[in-house]
Ligand binder design. Structure first.
Ligand code: CP
Ligand code: NVA
Length: 309
């Protein structure tokens, strides 16, 4: 996959279905081989800078460990401690970092900032979450569904809750890879129109479905995968109370899960707020795959890093 070397990973929508499949196949292979004890020093001598403007457990640790396992090195860069946090332009930061590093992963608020960084950097930029998108999460999610269901094409995915960054990247990844996706969100909290339009365009290629509804029952009925995420994302803490009221009917609990296929798996990108978007019995129950999903961040990102850097 040398032809993907040097590309940015800002959104899954920048990649064709075949390219996403190649990344997923590599992720599955790297996972199986590492578990069998094989080392993959594909990035020996390479360094990834990881800029964090928001908190993280999974993204930070999985990227750092991924670089280590690939024979490279990862630098944690808190945005507050960089000159960027004191107003140094993103375009200058991009050009300076390009002289030291082989790749940049960034987690921030404004998606435009990541695009600006990518525009001015000579090295690949990987989106580790913005207010708009969370593409590395969606890749790990697709890998998890593939492993659990043995296929992606035709799998019915129901996302219940906020039409946020996670929902957006799921819409784009699912529609590229032939899943049928239904998002159930309260009015006023639906996924952004331009993302839904892009997903519908992707889906029109092979006739898969992209549905947005305000009815959680409609979304979950017969679903193979039921997915939820927090009601208030990072940066929305002030809206927590109002969101808790609006989203109450969208809680993923045993009654709602009972409407899904009996073999349905339960997914959540984590961190989870038990008793809010998901109940303790559901996240701890036999259908939950949330820790396999979290593990796959490592494998999916190793495939991304090994391919792009
Ligand atoms: N799912 C996810 O991105 O988790 P972190 O916020 O812990 O990185
Ligand atoms: N939607 C959540 C995802 C966290 C991984 C947030 O942006 O806070």
């Amino acid at each position: 996959m040398k032809y993907l070397q040097g590309r940015d990973f800002l959104t899954v929508n920048d990649f064709s279905r075949d390219e996403l499949w190649e990344l997923l196949s590599l992720a599955v292979k790297l996972k199986q081989e590492s578990k069998a004890g094989k080392a993959h020093h594909l990035l020996r001598g390479k360094t990834l800078g990881m800029i964090f403007q928001k908190a993280s457990t999974r993204t930070r640790i999985s990227f750092e460990v991924a670089m280590w396992q690939l024979g490279g090195y990862a630098l944690f860069l808190s945005a507050q401690d960089l000159q960027m946090g004191r107003g140094e332009p993103v375009r200058d930061t991009a050009r300076v970092l390009s002289r030291y590093l082989d790749g940049i992963m960034i987690r921030t608020f404004d998606h435009g900032e990541v695009e600006e960084l990518a525009k001015h950097a000579d090295i690949p930029v990987i989106n580790g979450l913005t207010d708009l998108l969370h593409p590395c999460q969606a890749m790990a999610d697709m890998q998890t569904i593939l492993e659990k269901k043995g296929k992606l094409q035709g799998v019915k995915l129901a996302y219940v809750g906020d039409g946020n960054n996670v929902a957006h990247s799921l819409l784009l990844a699912a529609s590229k890879l032939g899943l049928d996706i239904t998002v159930a969100a309260p009015r006023g909290y639906e996924p952004r129109e331009e993302v839904v339009t892009a997903a519908r365009y992707n889906a029109s290629r092979d006739g898969s479905a992209v549905i947005v509804t305000s009815d959680p029952l409609r979304a979950v009925t017969g679903a193979d995968v039921v997915y939820t995420d927090v009601w208030a994302s990072m940066g929305q803490e002030a809206e927590q109370a109002i969101r808790a009221r609006v989203f109450k009917p969208y809680q993923l609990n045993a009654a709602l899960l009972a409407k899904a296929s009996p073999e349905a798996i339960v997914m959540h990108c984590l961190p989870a707020h038990r008793g809010e978007e998901i109940t303790d019995d559901v996240i701890e129950g036999p259908q939950s795959v949330v820790f396999d999903q979290a593990e796959n961040r490592l494998h999916a990102q190793k495939a991304i890093l090994a391919t792009l850097l």
